[in-house]
Design a binder for this molecule. Structure first.
Ligand code: NI
Length: 173
């Protein structure tokens, strides 16, 4: 496994529309494992392949608390087939370090996807899991949390991210 670099806004690769996974093979399983290691190291509760510059429809989520066993789920070629209600949650994103903003999304979603073994599953989620699924699925369509904000908040977050010193770092070691 390997920890990968997480892209930060406004990296243009975060705007790429990811392509469907044609075959859940060892390459995809290795990508899931790398993404899990990267997410846990961050630490974060969700990560989309787009965020590490991989152009495939795949994201992972693990909402378990630190003292609980891992609840890692991989969603490959995910599709939301039903949405219901509304909720507002203060979201963060590993591509927007230090930023949290209220985002309004569906309260419940039903998602269909393939798991790490390529097996299809359907999941009905509410609460934080529903938020995470919608947030990560957005990434695969090149959509970011900033796109859900009003024009003024969007400008504030944009400026904050532009001020970060995110330039290339010298190679270590
Ligand atoms: Ni995110």
């Amino acid at each position: 496994m390997a920890i990968r670099t997480i892209l930060h806004y406004p990296d243009p690769r975060l705007r790429v529309q990811a392509r469907a996974v044609e075959c859940v093979d060892d390459r995809i399983r290795k990508l899931v494992d790398d993404m899990a290691e990267t997410m846990y190291a961050a630490p974060g509760v969700g990560l989309a392949a787009t965020q590490i510059g991989e152009d495939v429809r795949l994201f992972i989520v693990d909402l378990a608390d630190e003292d609980e066993p891992s609840a890692l789920r991989a969603f490959i070629n995910p599709e939301i087939v039903a949405r219901d209600g509304e909720q507002t949650f203060r979201e963060g994103c590993l591509s927007f370090p230090g930023v949290t903003e209220d985002v309004r999304r569906a309260a419940e979603v039903t998602v269909r996807a393939l798991d790490r073994d390529g097996e299809p599953f359907e999941l009905r989620a509410d609460g934080l899991l529903a938020v995470a699924i919608q947030h990560e699925l957005d990434h695969l369509d090149g959509k970011l949390m900033i796109d859900h904000l009003g024009v003024i908040k969007r400008r504030i977050v944009h400026r904050k991210m532009m001020k970060r010193d995110d330039g290339p770092r010298p190679p270590a070691g």
